[in-house]
Ligand binder design. Structure first.
Ligand code: HEM
Length: 415
């Protein structure tokens, strides 16, 4: 009999018990049962198929073919010329890929231009907070999403975090632009290239001996995994802004959600899994995101690298926003449990500064509190807090600074 691999044992059920017996940290294995109904989706209906067993069959097959016939480099070279949503596709792209992209770039019938205009207004108004929440809340959270942390670590990009940050920031930047989904915008291109990159990862990662040793799943980046990561973005950002008591009118919250629903669609997430409202998003996140967070050796290493973001992002205000400050910001935003998982040291001074002064800082910025009435110490830290916001913005902006092209990988992380 074949020695049972960790993946087989887990798949055979009794996952928690088995994980315990193998001495593995448990939260990562506690995959909750999928009961979220497609009635709450943008489509209002669906097969109800468990998304843990659904990937992106069309893109996956196509990219597997491209990799197998040795065309990746040629295709990537052509894709570098495709920058704007409405631009004709480069003539050198193979026909099967062209046909796929032509179809994939069409907006669904539920796309709403008015909501997108409101979303832009919201992005403009709240850009400072969005930068810091995308950068530190979503970014750090991704390191405690076990499947994502392992996939990122053992795929090609895991070897080059600076490159990965700027590429990922491109999506965060593009989604905030006025013309994100318009012919002269770039978000649709970014999403489709990402969709192709993910399909490449699904083909390549199962061949990585390192990933295979630790992964629970046979094929990475299922539709369920996509939704988990999606929630680490807009849902977590919205939760954070609410915690900070940032005033957000309902129509702006709805519009922000809409821009992310469309982004999910463009990334190849099936409509039956995309929540149709914030209530539905919350209920899905409580089921799929919150219970699966957990530490992994890979996530701890990625988080450690991310705490150096001040040195990774070009033009980052390195001098003032130091590693201990970012560690305390992580502890403040994501809580003690996650910070402890990530082995972020407690820093009594900065932990206390965030706990006592960040909310008043936001209130002062929002004109809800005067600086005179805020805790006296705030004036001493106001500038540091402003610098943190600036670093968040620079992180997102780094996605716009270079001629960035998200590419189909042709190899895994060699280490
Ligand atoms: C690549 C965004 C879900 C794993 C990328 C890239 C972007 C992106 C923008 C291109 C950057 C790069 O090539 O380094 C997103 C978004 C997601 C999502 C917005 C969900 C809404 C996931 C999930 C996983 C994952 C669920 C794994 C479980 C990866 C990996 C790559 C990648 C491994 C790198 C490919 C390479 O090595 O070149 N993603 N992602 N992503 N993503 Fe995702």
């Amino acid at each position: 009999m074949k020695t049972p691999s960790r993946r087989n044992v887990l798949a055979a059920g009794g996952a928690l018990g088995a994980a315990g017996a193998l001495g593995i940290a448990t939260p990562a294995q506690a995959r909750p049962v999928w009961t979220w109904s497609p009635e709450g989706s943008v489509l209002g209906t669906g097969t109800g198929a468990d998304p843990r067993g659904v990937w992106d069959e069309e893109a996956d097959q196509l990219v597997a073919d491209i990799i197998q016939r040795g065309d990746v480099q040629k295709v990537n070279k052509e894709l570098r010329k495709w920058l704007k949503n409405g631009q004709p596709l480069p003539s050198g792209l193979p026909k099967d890929l062209k046909d796929f992209i032509e179809k994939a770039k069409q907006l669904p019938p539920w796309a709403d231009k008015n909501k997108l205009a409101t979303a832009f207004h919201f992005n403009e108004k709240r850009g400072l907070y969005l930068g810091v929440t995308y950068g530190f809340v979503s970014g750090m959270m991704s390191t405690v999403i076990p499947r994502e942390a392992r996939a990122v670590y053992y795929s090609w990009g895991g070897a080059n975090l600076r490159d990965r940050i700027t590429k990922t920031a491109k999506l965060g930047y593009d989604i905030g632009t006025a013309n994100a989904y318009e012919p002269d915008g770039e978000l649709i291109v970014t999403c489709i290239k990402t969709r192709l990159a993910h399909a490449g990862v699904r083909h390549l990662l199962p061949k990585s001996p390192y990933w295979n040793k630790v992964a629970e799943e046979e094929i990475p980046i299922s539709q369920a995994d996509m939704m988990v990561t999606w929630h680490s973005l807009p849902t977590s950002v919205m939760r954070q802004l609410k915690t900070w008591k940032v005033p957000i009118p309902d129509n702006e919250a709805e519009a922000f959600l809409h821009s992310w629903q469309l982004c999910a669609y463009m990334l190849g997430i099936k409509e039956e899994y995309i929540p149709n409202s914030w209530d539905q998003a919350e209920s899905q996140a409580r089921q799929v995101l919150d219970p699966i967070l957990g530490p992994t050796p890979e996530g701890i290493k990625l988080a450690d690298m991310l705490l150096n973001i001040g040195t990774l992002v070009p033009g980052g205000p390195l001098k003032y926003v130091t590693r201990p400050i970012l560690g305390s910001l992580t502890r403040y935003t994501l809580g003690d449990q996650i910070a402890d998982w990530l082995k972020i040291r407690r820093d009594p001074f900065w932990d206390n500064v965030f706990n006592t002064l960040w909310e008043p800082f936001i209130a002062v910025r929002e004109g809800l509190l005067s600086l005179e009435k805020a805790p006296g110490a705030l004036s001493k830290f106001y500038w540091t807090f402003d610098e943190i916001l600036r670093l968040g913005v620079l992180t997102v902006l780094s996605g716009a600074q270079f001629p960035i092209s998200i590419e189909i990988p042709y190899s895994n992380n060699p280490n």
